[in-house]
Design a binder for this molecule. Structure first.
Ligand SMILES: Nc1nc2c(ncn2[C@@H]2O[C@H](COP(=O)(O)OP(=O)(O)OP(=O)(O)O)[C@@H](O)[C@H]2O)c(=O)[nH]1
Ligand SMILES: [Ca+2]
Length: 479
């Protein structure tokens, strides 16, 4: 009876409590659009790595918040639909303690360069909308390029479980096996990876201590090298003079036509040095679909001539040798996924062939095959594929050898790859510098052992009792 009581007590006492979940919301206010991400994690395990998961993502209708510079109040209103959805997803009793963060990236950095007052007005508009919800508003700000790179790196390594693998005594002895992060946005691009070599420029150097292990990380964010801004620059190189308003562009499929106003094209600070005063007010772009010519045009935006460090990527930016594996996300993934080039067994040469083939397809044929894809996306895959190849090869120094080290990632274990998760983990102090204490046995093993020893105890007591009834047993030394 005693043993049964012991077992019952152990099981009842140690029965896992109903999960007490916590929630967090991060708005990624990118240059091209805003997304609202909702994360969830068990309250009692918040310092364990890998427990935070994305449970919902909502794409805000329309363009990024910087596009509302002409009418800042609308920037805030644009978020309402997704924030209403967040209110449905997060249980009511948890809402008051759910933090909401908004981080704006390169689109707002460019707007701030053009007009800091308008950038502030847009931020206060989105801030006042977020404050009107029953969550715990924690601020709306423009994050730095360095933060964007760092948090993207933290996100993918957290989701891949690399920090956990590197923690513990064995992991600490090993060379750190983290993935570098490659993020291609609309207005900026980030490269971040652990480097054993000295990082010669202070602004590119980060040091982290996570779960008991130190990491020296290289990062750089290239403003104006996101794919939308790179496309504008590529177009601006061939703006004709006022007598002619047509551009023959090899980066669009043949038969494709697009009209653009030069005022809009030139509105970006990224084009500042390419403006010509004699430009017509409207231009018509006509695709000619030629990968080689497109590549030549695209490469004009990488300045490889000056470098004051021992080595540079481009534009005089220090970059140590590439090390380890890389996860490439955002537009790297959207584009490579469309072109069916995300399989890591596909060589760089085959990737180039595939982009070349796609560029040479007539627009009409492409449109017929993919009638459901947004025309903006569909029309730009030739340019985007070519740009991605140039950026990775000519810009960052990937080659046929280390191409296999790049994995194109959309989601990792159900959560989107991007900077938002890392940002939230950092701001909620969920990534401890040292290893959190964890009991030596898991809950299941603990219960198992308790049951085992209880049965053993019952067995010994029974044997003893039986042997006491047979004195010979005692003489044989059973007890
Ligand atoms: N093909 C395709 N392109 C997309 C999709 N979503 C976004 N893009 C484009 O991919 C590029 C990068 O998108 P994002 O990563 O969302 O960029 P962003 O966060 O708005 O921009 P940054 O502020 O520079 O980070 C932009 O040119 C988008 O227009 C998609 O689902 N499919
Ligand atoms: Ca982005």
């Amino acid at each position: 009876m005693g043993a049964v009581a012991l077992i019952t007590t152990a099981v009842v006492q140690n029965k896992p409590l109903p999960k007490n979940m916590k929630y967090g919301i991060v708005l990624d206010a990118g240059s091209s659009h805003t997304s609202v991400y909702i994360y969830e994690w068990p309250a009692e395990k918040e310092n364990d790595t890998g427990v935070v998961q994305q449970i919902d993502a909502c794409k805000v209708d329309g363009n990024g918040i910087s596009s509302y510079a002409h009418d800042p109040p609308v920037a805030g209103l644009s978020l309402q639909k997704c924030m209403d959805k967040a209110r449905e997803v997060i249980p009511e009793q948890q809402q008051r303690e759910t933090p909401v963060y908004l981080g704006a990236t390169a689109g707002m950095r460019l707007l701030r360069l053009n007009n800091a007052t308008l950038a502030d007005e847009v931020l206060s508009s989105v801030g006042s909308t977020l404050r009107s919800y029953p969550f715990e508003f924690q601020g709306a700000r423009i994050i730095t390029g360095q933060e964007e790179g760092a948090y993207g790196w933290i996100t993918i390594n957290y989701l891949l479980g690399n920090f956990l693998e590197n923690s513990g005594w064995l992991g600490r002895l090993k060379q750190s096996a983290t993935f570098g992060a490659l993020d291609l946005g609309g207005a900026s691009t980030q490269i971040t990876f652990v480097s054993k070599k000295e990082i010669e420029s202070q602004e590119n150097s980060l040091h982290f201590r996570l779960y008991g292990k130190s990491y020296d990380v290289y990062t750089h964010s290239y403003l104006c090298y996101g794919k939308d801004q790179a496309l504008r620059r590529q177009i601006a190189y061939t703006i004709p003079d006022a007598n002619n308003s047509t551009i023959l562009d090899p980066c669009f499929n043949s038969g494709y036509r697009r009209n653009t106003s030069t005022k809009d094209l030139y509105s970006s600070p990224c084009i500042a040095q390419q403006r010509i005063s004699t430009a017509p007010s409207n231009i018509e772009i006509k695709g000619t679909g030629n990968y080689q010519l497109c590549k030549q045009k695209v490469e004009m935006i990488f300045n490889k001539t000056q470098c004051t460090y021992s080595q540079c990527s481009f534009n005089g930016i220090f970059q140590p040798n590439l090390e380890g594996e890389f996860g490439a996300f955002s537009a790297y993934y959207f584009v490579m996924d469309f072109l069916k080039l995300t399989n890591e067994k596909i060589s760089l040469e085959r990737v180039k062939e595939a982009v070349k083939t796609h560029c040479s397809r007539p627009w009409e044929e492409v449109l017929k095959e993919f009638p459901k894809i947004k025309e903006k996306y569909l029309s730009e895959y030739c340019f985007s594929g070519t740009y991605i190849l140039s950026l990775l090869e000519n810009g960052f120094g990937f080659n046929s050898e280390n191409w296999k080290d790049i994995s194109f990632l959309g989601k990792i274990k159900g959560s989107d790859a991007g900077w938002t998760l890392g940002y939230m983990l950092n701001l909620t102090n969920m990534i401890p510098a040292e290893l959190p204490y964890s009991p030596p046995l898991s809950h299941g093993s603990y219960i198992g052992l308790m049951v085992f020893f209880s049965i053993l105890l019952v067995f010994i007591i029974l044997t003893c009792w039986l042997s006491l009834r047979k004195p010979k047993c005692l003489q044989k030394g059973i007890i």
